[in-house]
Design a protein around this ligand. Structure first.
Ligand code: AQP
Length: 333
């Protein structure tokens, strides 16, 4: 079956190993499967749900596009574009926000995490972000959405919104009900400083994450300084449950090497962390440095990146504006 794939990444800087292993690596795999139609979006409208410096935002949009291409997404085969350039996203988000229910949004845990204690001061955009995400996905008749485990709840909301619209307006099947594509294992990469918190762009400590633009020395240093416990590496999966930092490093290794967790546990069982960290650093350097060098090279060629953005805008706008027109007809506009 042909899959229609849509996913997005926020241009909020510091793209990291979690974004790569949780999402972008999967994008590349899907891009390489012939029968798929893939659309990858730089979700800049999502980025402004928290304050952004306009100059940095522009640089981060280029960096995200460069990261997609450097990781292996082919811009000829897949559509790569920036969300703010296709106005159907904002228009559809408004329409869907009249379909989504407050009670549904009130359950979103990411808003609670991101808004923190002072919810009153959070932007309305941060609260309604999952509705915009639903618009992004539904405009393209998406069948599958590759995301990290942290986005699972937002995708369930998107399915609920699609279903309610189809029911409310008696247009069964108009919005396709998308399936999440979440990797079964190692779907959430955790901070290198705290194995209970996800690796994140906005975490203040740069030591908490491997950035996709880090150089060899930075990668080695971050792995050396990553938090671990004082025990030896575990001999079984059950031992890992109480050792979040060990679990995270072993998961990162397994994900990078495309091997299962048990094989990695067997391979390193009883070894000490310094030995394991050296091997992990080497694997990371081998995988990340080619991407990091390519990102830096692409960022020197803004003309090329502008061409990708222009072409992506044209291709995505064609699909999205057609769907929006049908939505408007259904609503009676
Ligand atoms: N730690 C992670 N492990 C696995 N997947 C992750 N993703 C993000 N962090 C991890 C996945 O990466 C894709 C793009 O994420 P995003 O940029 O749209 O937003 P995010 O999830 O909010 O990313 P961050 O790093 O956590 O940013 P901040 O700090 O700004 O909140 C998504 O598919 C996401 O699941």
């Amino acid at each position: 079956m042909e899959k229609k794939i849509f996913s997005g990444v926020q241009p909020t800087g510091n793209l990291h190993l979690g974004n790569y292993l949780g999402a972008i690596k999967n994008f590349v795999k899907l891009n390489n499967e012939n029968q798929n139609e893939c659309i990858f979006c730089v979700v800049d409208l999502h980025a402004i749900t928290v304050a952004q410096d306009p100059k940095k935002l522009k640089d981060n949009i280029y960096e995200t596009i460069a990261t997609f291409i450097a990781s292996g997404i082919d811009p000829e085969k897949s559509i790569i574009f920036s969300q703010s350039r296709v106005s159907a996203h904002s228009e559809t988000a408004w329409i869907l926000s009249c379909v989504a229910r407050m009670g549904w949004l009130n359950r979103m845990t990411q808003f609670k995490d991101k808004a923190g204690k002072d919810k009153e001061k959070a932007s309305i955009g941060l609260y309604s972000y999952p509705v915009l995400m639903a618009a992004d996905i539904l405009l393209y008749d998406t069948t599958h959405v590759p995301v990290g485990d942290d986005q699972k709840q937002h995708l369930e909301l998107c399915r609920d919104i699609a279903q309610k619209f189809n029911n409310d307006f008696n247009v069964n099947g108009f919005f396709k009900i998308p399936e999440p594509l979440i990797q079964k294992n190692f779907s959430r990469i955790m901070s290198l400083r705290d194995g209970t918190k996800k690796m994140s762009k906005s975490e203040l400590s740069d030591l908490s994450r491997i950035n996709l633009t880090d150089d060899k020395d930075q990668i080695i240093n971050k792995i050396k300084k990553s938090k671990t416990d004082t025990l030896l590496l575990p001999s079984s999966n059950t031992d890992l449950e109480k050792r979040p930092e060990a679990k995270n490093l072993i998961s990162i290794y397994s994900n990078l090497m495309d091997v299962n967790l048990d094989d990695t546990i067997n391979k390193f069982s009883g070894k000490n962390f310094s030995e394991f960290k050296e091997i992990l650093s080497q694997v990371l350097v081998d995988k990340i440095i080619p991407i990091s060098s390519e990102i830096k090279k692409l960022l020197k060629d803004k003309n090329y990146l502008d061409q990708i953005l222009d072409k992506g805008q044209e291709r995505s706008n064609k699909i999205a504006s057609k769907k929006l027109k049908k939505i408007q007809e259904i609503l009676g506009f």
